[in-house]
Design a protein around this ligand. Structure first.
Ligand code: GLY
Length: 351
């Protein structure tokens, strides 16, 4: 894949072309120190793979613990401390080698250390390839509230290499696929029609490229999420609340698994409020039911999830704001939805 995606201040590059570009960048800038940020999984499964792709003579490894539950200020404190102890200065670089937790938190650390140092994202999960690593959002969770503390701060580049996907479990692939499906639903009817007729995930390099291009086009129009970027939150208002609610329970879900449920709920609500075709709602639900295990959610849990919505960062003036659809690729922003309709949408998902 020789194509690259221009994201304004940086490029998203694919496979070896990305690593060649990185080598040139490192010779050009001559960083005082290079920190490779991994978690326990990517240290084991991805670090050697990465080092085989690039000639890097000297670097320091910084490690955080994997999992959303570790994307917090305490992990940041440890990383800032290590970088400071190792004399990281303004001319240091952080290379985030990992999934969304590594890139979100590593980007946040880079954006705040010495008022901002350079960083590069090398996503190793499908989810971070098509979503977290692109778009310049960095951040950490605050208690159970996701991404409450963060910055907009662009990387120097993003390198996407599907070789890293070989290190993943199947559920990690289906988690990332939820964002690919979402990008097609909000922006790309042609891809939506192709994806939806399959009974499994589609995540070849061309699909990844198209998905990143979609996200990039939206971010270029509205980086700070005043309007169009909100469409990327399709399925996320309820999806985030579901993810947060189950985070510390036995039913803990991967991000995309929660978002897949949120997509079914938002599609159902879109049909009720904006005549989004019920045929689309049925085909989205059928497709998601084929790819993801059904999660049983009882009435008490639904009530607790709705309570959590109040804290969602997308709410303003105490109102719950949804992104909905009047058609595929035709999003509508800032819609308030009554609690009864939300409950009805859960019943539809569970049916
Ligand atoms: N993940 C949604 C966004 O980057 O805006």
């Amino acid at each position: 894949m020789n194509k690259e995606i221009n994201s304004g201040t940086y490029s998203v590059l694919f496979k070896q072309k990305g690593f060649d570009y990185l080598s040139d960048h490192l010779s050009d800038i001559n960083y005082s120190k290079i920190f490779i940020h991994v978690d326990n999984n990517t240290k084991k499964n991805c670090l050697d793979l990465f080092l085989n792709k690039i000639n890097l003579e000297k670097y320091e490894l910084i490690e955080s613990k994997d999992g959303e539950e570790n994307k917090n200020i305490y992990s940041c404190l440890k990383l800032w401390e290590i970088i400071s102890d190792k004399n990281g200065d303004r001319n240091s670089l952080i290379i985030n080698l990992g999934g969304g937790v590594v890139s979100d938190m590593g980007g946040f650390i880079a954006s705040t250390y010495k008022r901002g140092i350079n960083y590069i994202n090398i996503p190793t999960t499908l989810l971070s390839m098509v979503d977290a690593s692109v778009g310049g959002k960095t951040g950490i969770d605050f208690g159970i509230l996701k991404n409450q503390i963060g910055t907009f701060y662009d990387p120097q580049m993003v390198i996407i290499d599907p070789d890293f996907l070989k290190t993943l479990q199947k559920n990690q692939i289906s988690s990332g696929y939820a964002e690919i499906l979402k990008h097609s639903i909000i922006y790309d009817l042609k891809t939506f029609k192709l994806l939806i007729k399959n009974d499994k995930t589609t995540h070849d390099i061309n699909t990844i490229y198209d998905s990143v291009s979609t996200k990039n086009s939206i971010v270029l129009i509205d980086k700070k999420e005043k309007k169009e970027r909100k469409s990327l939150n399709y399925g996320h208002t309820l999806g985030h609340a579901i993810e947060s609610y189950f985070l510390n329970t036995k039913k803990k879900l991967l991000h995309g698994e929660a978002i897949a449920i949120g997509i079914v709920l938002a599609s159902f609500i879109s049909n009720k409020l904006f005549d989004f075709s019920f045929e689309h709602v049925i085909s989205i639900k059928k497709h998601i039911d084929l790819i993801y295990s059904k999660i049983e959610i009882n009435e008490n849990e639904i009530d607790s999830i709705i309570d959590l919505l109040i804290h969602d960062k997308k709410n303003s003036h105490g109102k719950i704001n949804f992104v909905l659809l009047e058609n595929i690729a035709k999003p509508i922003y800032d819609v308030q939805v009554k609690t009864n309709l939300i409950k009805e949408s859960f019943k539809y998902y569970l049916s």
